[in-house]
Structures are given as structure tokens and as C-alpha cells.
Ligand binder design. Structure first.
Ligand SMILES: *Cc1c(COP(=O)(O)O)cnc(C)c1O
Length: 490
């Protein structure tokens, strides 16, 4: 009898080697020459649909060699290359090459890191990764946690743990109606949109968020914060959580975490830090002071796929007392036969996912390839480049430097003879149009920020490939295009 089924999905060893080697050759060339390509494709979605074709689901198979060659071609030639040295937009880093190899290895073994029985060594590697991330940012290595897909999920995971810890005990059975008091969360008005998504998704409603104004330094105004908490208490609401931001998405500002920690203690609130972007900078000894108070956080969200340069996706939730994650997420259905051994850890009990991929591997490998010191150096260099951009903008007669924090610089183009006092509306329009042009021309990619009613260009450097020369060229490109756009608008 035939021992092997005919399996259209399998690839023989020889074929796998041949295709694999060829793919690795293409990838290494791609990485080596990434700076020679435009930062982004100039094609519109309609043009891309044409290139892709509109054929329907294939009835029969195609040899993998042909498919991979075609997919490689499509991706290399029609992508936005966030690994390009002049990609400075949003907060997406150049991906560490070791991460690509790690994902290949992880997918090949395919451990399901939901249960330790299904992922014996992968679970241990994830535990070690979580511990190292805690050490990296300078909190106790006894923090526990879990790798998730990104910052949003890391914050959601913490949000629910905070709620379980602070809401009435029967919330798990009765839901939000277990209490007549409205559960309230506090955060600065610069907080990322995740908090709104969380409040809506988890049934609190967006009106349960108190968006606290920021002061002149762009930090949450902690006097108003405390006043608002008192007001809520008087009105019969139940404050449960304060979110401090360590590096806000627009300008990189870090809230006064120490003061927030104190307010959390006074009112018995959960202290969460959203450090998705900025918290890795705590690895730099000279910057430690900015993160004062971090050790008191009940939970912290961070994103290895941002400033630790791992490829998408990798986020992490750290929790001071990991029992809060178990209290929130653990359940024991009868169809799981998982050994209850004191040393095993089943990650499905620590977060929202059940089956889980091995995201930790790429983070674990990058942390070892680079080391704490290596990361400190790269993060410092990114910050130095950001400061260089700020200085260049400040010294240029047609640019205005607006803010500089961590590795984010905001600035705007101002034609000679124009002033912010007299021409702000026009300058907003001009800079928005300039950004559109910059993003479509593909020489450099920056994004935008609105700082005190000013439309600004914004460069965030989480890119180990960016050099001083790139920054100088970026300034030149922006000024030249700024002049052109100004001309077309007049
Ligand atoms: C990027 C970011 C997020 C969202 O993270 P994703 O990885 O995009 O889901 C949340 N908060 C802050 C401060 C961020 O910088």
C-alpha cells in the first residue's frame, strides 16, 4: 500500500533547499541595496490592482518556485520600505535582519505558544524574553508578562487586567452592571487612540475616558488630573486607572510618571504606562531621570517592533504582579489536558489569544545579537540624529524647528517673508500639501503632527540605517520641495 499521500502542499527537501537558497539570495540583495530604491512605491491602489491582476481563486496549484519568485518581485518593487535610511515616518522601525531569519525558523518549527506542553522550549524562551525586557527598561525582573501583536494589544491586555483588579469582584460574572458606579480611566489628551478603542470594545464607552489637558511642556497636567479624580469621586463614579504616556506618538513627550504614581497610590488606582514607543530609551543611563516612577507601574506596554527594531509584529505587556493576568484571563475548559505543574506556564492564561505564534524568538535573538550596550548605542544615535535635524531646522532660514523629544522632531516649512503670526492658516495648508508631495515622491518619508494648532512635519528616527548625511539630505529635499509647493499655491 502507498505509504505517502499525494500532498499538494508539501515541498520535497531538494526543492525546499533550492527555493530557500534562492529566496535568501534575493533577500540579502534586497537588504544590501535598500537605499537605492525609492522609499515608497509611486503607484496608486488602482495601478497596483492592475499589476496584481483580478483572476479569481485558482482551481489548481502552481509550483512554489514560480510563486515565490513572483511574490518576491511584487513585494520588493511595490512596497513602502521602512528599512530605507530615509524612512522617518510614524513609528515603524527598520527591521533587524536577524528577525527575518527568526521568523523563518519559528514558522518552520511552528510551536503553539498557548500551552507549554505544545511549546516546551518556546515557552521558556518567551519567559526569558519577558524577563529581559523588564531588565532592559529598568524595572524588577519579577514583572511577568506576555508578547502580543503590538502596542494596541499590549495596552488592551493591561487595561483588562487593571479592570479586573480594581472593579467589584463580581465583574467577571455580572459584567459592567455589577456596579452602579461608572468606572473611569484617566489619560493625557495626547494618549494614543488605543484607549478609545479599549473603552468602546470593553463596554465602558468613550465617555468613561477623562482626557486630561497638557501643560506647556506637553505633559499631562497632574493638578487637573487630581482635581478631575476628586470630582468623579464626588459624583459617585469609580476611578480605576491612570495611563501615563512614556513617549507620546506626536512629539515623544514623557509624562511626569513619578507624580502619577503618587496620585495612583493616594486614590488606589492602577498605574499603567504606555511606553509602546519611548520606554526602551530608559536603557540610556543619562535618560533614566525622564522615566522616574516607572518602577511603580502596575503595568507597562512596550513595542519591540518599534525601538528594538524587531520586524512586525511584536508588542509586550509587563505586569508587576502577573497574578493579575491570570485573574483576568485564566480559564480551565475540560478539553484542555494541560499538566498542572508548578513550573509550567500556559500563555493562553495570560492574555487574549489562545493559539499563539512564537513572536518571542525574534526579540530574544535580537536582544542577544545586540546586547544591552549595543541597544543603548543605537538608541542614543537615533536621538542624536533627531537633535541634528532639529538644529538644522532651527538654523535654516526657511524652516522652523518646533519640538524635539526622544527621537521625534517636529518642524515646518516657512517661506521667506511669511510668519506664523500673520500666515498660520496658509502655513498649515502649505505644510500639509508639502507632506502629500513628500510622501508621494518617494525620496524621503516623514509624517505629520499638529502641535498647538500648527500643522508640522514630523520625523521619528527608529532607524539604525539613517546617517548624518541622510539627515542633511532630508533637509535639502524638504526645503526644495517646500519652495516648489509654495510656488504652485501662489
Ligand atoms: C505605536 C503606539 C501605540 C500602538 O501600537 P501598535 O504597535 O501600532 O499597535 C500605542 N501607544 C503608543 C504610545 C504608540 O507609540
Amino acid at each position: 500500500m502507498e505509504r505517502h499521500r499525494k500532498k499538494p502542499i508539501d515541498i520535497s527537501k531538494d526543492e525546499f533547499r533550492k527555493i530557500g537558497y534562492s529566496l535568501i539570495d534575493s533577500i540579502s540583495n534586497f537588504i544590501e541595496t535598500i537605499d537605492e530604491k525609492p522609499v515608497t512605491t509611486k503607484k496608486t491602489p488602482l495601478q497596483l490592482q492592475k499589476i496584481l491582476g483580478s483572476q479569481s481563486l485558482p482551481e489548481n496549484g502552481t509550483p512554489p518556485e514560480e510563486l515565490l519568485s513572483k511574490a518576491t518581485d511584487l513585494l520588493f518593487n511595490h512596497s513602502l520600505l521602512n528599512g530605507h535610511p530615509k524612512f522617518l515616518g510614524y513609528i515603524t522601525s527598520s527591521a533587524a535582519p536577524i528577525g527575518a531569519l527568526a521568523d523563518l525558523l519559528a514558522a518552520s518549527v511552528n510551536p503553539n505558544v498557548g500551552g507549554q506542553m505544545l511549546s516546551p522550549i518556546a515557552t521558556e524562551i518567551e519567559k526569558q524574553t519577558v524577563k529581559w525586557l523588564a531588565e532592559f527598561i529598568g524595572v524588577s525582573p519579577n514583572y511577568g508578562g506576555i508578547l502580543v501583536s503590538g502596542g494596541n494589544m499590549a495596552n488592551f491586555t493591561a487595561f483588562l487586567a487593571a479592570r479586573t483588579a480594581k472593579a467589584p469582584k463580581n465583574i467577571k460574572e455580572e459584567g459592567l452592571s455589577s456596579s452602579s458606579k461608572k468606572l473611569i480611566v484617566y489619560c493625557s489628551k495626547t494618549t494614543h487612540t488605543w484607549v478609545e478603542k479599549a473603552a468602546i470594545l470593553f463596554g465602558h464607552g468613550s465617555k468613561s475616558i477623562r482626557w486630561i489637558p497638557t501643560g506647556s511642556s506637553n505633559k499631562m497636567n497632574n493638578d487637573i488630573l487630581e482635581h478631575t479624580i476628586k470630582e468623579d469621586l464626588e459624583n459617585g463614579n469609580q476611578p480605576f486607572m491612570i495611563v501615563g504616556t512614556a513617549g507620546d506618538v506626536s512629539t515623544g513627550t514623557i509624562d511626569d510618571l513619578k507624580a502619577i504614581a503618587t496620585i495612583c497610590k493616594t486614590y488606589d488606582l492602577w498605574f499603567h504606562i504606555d511606553g509602546a514607543y519611548g520606554v526602551p530609551a530608559a536603557v540610556v543611563p543619562e535618560l533614566k531621570g525622564l522615566f522616574d516612577g516607572i518602577k511603580e507601574a502596575d503595568s507597562i506596554a512596550l513595542d519591540p517592533h518599534k525601538w528594538l527594531y524587531t520586524p512586525l509584529e511584536a508588542g509586550c505587556t509587563l505586569v508587576k504582579n502577573p497574578q493579575h493576568l491570570l485573574d483576568t484571563y485564566s480559564s480551565h475548559p475540560e478539553y484542555y489536558h494541560l499538566k498542572d505543574d508548578d513550573f509550567s506556564q500556559n500563555y493562553f492564561e495570560y492574555g487574549l489569544q489562545n493559539s499563539r505564534g512564537f513572536r518571542a524568538l525574534k526579540v530574544w535573538l535580537a536582544l542577544q545579537q545586540v546586547g544591552r550596550k549595543g541597544y543603548e548605542n543605537m538608541i542614543c544615535e537615533d536621538i542624536e540624529l533627531s537633535k541634528l535635524l532639529f538644529t538644522q531646522a532651527k538654523n535654516h532660514p526657511e524652516l522652523k524647528a518646533v519640538t524635539q523629544n526622544l527621537s521625534i522632531t517636529t518642524f515646518r516649512y516657512i517661506p521667506l517673508g511669511y510668519t506664523e503670526v500673520n500666515n498660520n492658516d496658509y502655513l498649515n495648508k502649505l505644510n500639509e500639501e508639502l507632506l502629500n508631495k513628500l510622501q508621494s515622491e518617494g525620496d524621503v518619508f516623514v509624517s505629520n503632527a499638529i502641535v498647538k494648532d500648527k500643522y508640522c512635519l514630523r520625523a521619528c528616527i527608529v532607524n539604525f540605517r539613517t546617517s548624518k548625511k541622510d539627515i542633511e539630505e532630508v533637509v535639502e529635499i524638504i526645503v526644495n520641495l517646500g519652495r516648489k509647493v509654495h510656488k504652485t499655491l501662489n
